[in-house]
Design a protein around this ligand. Structure first.
Ligand code: SF4
Length: 599
């Protein structure tokens, strides 16, 4: 008789990239399930290559596994070839470490990083043979927990999750897991355990709240249980130096998106760009000390053997004395041929100097995100860089030998006019001419233009997204302009995918049936252009009588209740209103209209 392990072995020979499912990587932690009191699976609703680059996974994996009474294993979204085989052979989704079915775990914690992974969440639950909806789960089903940025507005997912964790899970997860074990030991029923967990810091149990509507208008959350708090506040790590830090993460056998060792310099970002959710939900800024970083860097390199160490943060070049830190790391690690790298750079001369220091060999390309091409619009979004600074920084980079630039812009930002869109092309033209005069070689310019998606907990949360037709029209302006501009590569985001992201980013519980329907019709990996099928989503919305436009294109008023008002990221709503009003001061420039000849 064939066991699950035999069949699995057989399946691994038939799928592309079997290392996505084998586990057994260097530093992977294997514990006997029977030797611990609590078994948790960290579930990432995207491919292994994407999930293994997630820093949160590494933090939680190491800190939970350090506890002798608990284990954490990993599971990623199976690729479509593996899904097909799992369904064909009726095999349940399994974890990487023990290859045990997910159903055998006590808790499954989903990392919710982006809205377009939601259908993968449902798919993973289904493949694990776990009822999708919390109301259908019984006593022996694992607790389904969600965390990450999307937990700050999880309403479209509310019926599928037993609870959400708001904020930095390494701070509160150990207490939640211990509490769960205690409650279970005392013989409480599943629903009672969940209700009692709602009193824990940072825990939101959606089934204890009823969204109330007046007609179609959401008017607030009604609590069904007095124990559930009126306002759920996020949990933050106060001191990063004493917080868990991954020193021996599993080293993948296949190339992942970020295939390198990582140290986190600081958390939060003090820049306050008004469109950026990460900048708000990770407030306040907290730094790791240089001593701690140096010591950890050595340990990580010892434990992983990586030859690259990335100094990550939302805005790494804002770390004080970064140059000194890099010098120290260099002298500690250069004998082992380890290079440091920075994931993102500010557009200033200091950053260019640092990048120059870090890249002694071939200098291929640097990435910057001016986001908007006019100074007026950059002021609206609070990306306070001048055109002079852009030219000076890129000029410095050319002098230092860099051969190309990737530039990220956005369209559809509040208070944007056609002139701002046209200026993206014009700015690139001016840069191209400037480079020609300054560099002895050809400089490549890659321009990527995304579409603005209003996100919860930001000053732009009240703003509508542009209609798809309007996004397409503005993209046409860019396509026409860039077609005439040789030497600049231009790419843009699919307006339909940005629309879907906006629908779910500000959505409420009424979206859940549409999500479930879309998954049933075959939607998976919606963030991947090769899998994204918007016609299925249109059918799902139609079938469930949901108008996505009502979520994405809506301008909310300040006094309206928002589906995430009961979830606090620590930033006062009045402060967001004040920031929003300040942004509106960026008026349309006098007497300028869109003139196609400007291109
Ligand atoms: S866009 Fe970057 S610099 Fe601006 S707030 Fe977000 S993380 Fe910080």
């Amino acid at each position: 008789m064939q066991t699950q392990k035999d069949i699995l072995k057989y399946l691994l020979g038939q799928v592309w990239k079997p290392a996505r499912y084998t586990g057994n990587e260097w530093n992977a932690v294997k514990k006997e399930h029977s030797s611990v009191d609590l078994r948790m699976a960290f579930a990432f609703p995207d491919l292994y290559e994407v999930g293994m680059s997630n820093h949160g996974l590494k933090i939680l994996y190491e800190s939970i596994n350090r506890n002798p009474g608990m284990l954490m294993e990993r599971v990623f979204s199976p690729a479509t070839d593996m899904e097909e085989l799992l369904r064909k052979y009726n095999l349940p989704l399994f974890s990487l470490e023990s290859h045990k079915p997910l159903k055998e775990f006590d808790i499954i914690g989903f990392s919710l990083q982006y809205e377009l992974s939601y259908t993968n969440v449902l798919n993973m639950l289904d493949l694990a043979d776990i009822p999708l909806r919390t109301e259908d789960r019984k006593g022996d089903h694992p607790l389904i927990v969600g965390g990450g940025p999307c937990a700050f507005n999880p309403e479209p997912l509310a019926p599928f999750f037993d609870l959400f964790v708001l904020g930095e899970a390494e701070e509160c997860l150990p207490a939640i897991l211990t509490g769960y074990m205690d409650l279970k030991r005392h013989g409480y029923e599943r629903n009672e355990i969940i209700a009692r967990l709602s009193t824990f810091e940072g825990v939101y149990v959606p089934s204890l709240y009823n969204p109330a509507y007046s007609g179609e208008e959401f008017i607030g959350m009604e609590r069904k249980d007095d124990r559930a708090p009126e306002m759920i506040r996020k949990v933050t790590v106060e001191n990063l130096d004493t917080a868990p830090f991954p020193k021996a993460p599993p080293v993948p056998y296949l190339q992942t998106i970020h295939d390198r060792a990582v140290i986190e310099l600081f958390r939060g970002c003090g820049r306050g760009c008004r469109f950026c959710q990460a900048g708000y939900i990770f407030k306040p800024v907290r730094r790791r000390s240089r001593d701690k970083l140096q010591q950890t860097a050595k340990e990580i390199i010892d434990n992983t053997g990586y030859e690259e160490l990335s100094l990550v943060s939302l805005s790494s070049t804002d770390y004080p004395h970064l140059e000194e830190l890099i010098n120290n790391l260099d002298s500690d690690l250069s004998a082992r041929k380890v290079k440091c790298s920075l994931p993102s750079l500010r557009l200033d001369s200091y950053s260019i100097k640092l990048a120059d220091k870090l890249h002694q060999g071939r200098k291929s390309s640097l990435t910057f995100a001016p986001e908007a091409a006019t100074e007026r619009l950059r002021k609206v979004i609070k990306k306070n860089i001048t055109e002079e600074e852009i030219f000076t920084s890129l000029g410095d980079a050319i002098d230092a030998g860099w051969q190309g630039f990737k530039l990220y812009f956005m369209i559809g930002l509040p208070a944007e006019h056609d002139e701002d869109v046209v200026e993206i092309v014009n700015l690139c033209r001016r840069l191209r001419e400037y480079f020609k005069g300054r560099a002895k070689r050809k400089i490549s310019i890659n321009v990527s233009v995304a579409t603005f998606v209003p996100k919860s907990h930001t000053p732009f949360q009240w703003e509508p997204q542009l209609s798809m037709d309007e996004v397409n029209r503005r993209q046409d302006i860019l396509r026409t302009g860039f077609k005439k501009l040789r030497g600049v590569d231009f790419s843009w985001h699919d307006a339909r995918a940005s629309f879907l992201e906006a629908v779910f980013a500000r959505g409420d519980r009424k979206l859940a049936p549409a999500l479930e329907h879309a998954w049933q019709m075959g939607c998976r990996f919606d963030g991947w252009s090769e899998y994204f099928d918007f016609s299925l989503w249109q059918r799902a919305f139609q079938k469930t009588a949901v108008r996505g436009e009502d979520y994405a294109y809506r301008r909310f008023s300040y006094d309206q209740c928002l589906p995430w008002d009961h979830l606090s990221c620590g930033v006062d709503k009045n402060m967001l209103i004040a920031e929003h009003q300040k942004s509106l001061a960026g008026e349309k420039p006098e007497g300028v209209t869109h003139d196609p000849d400007l291109l």
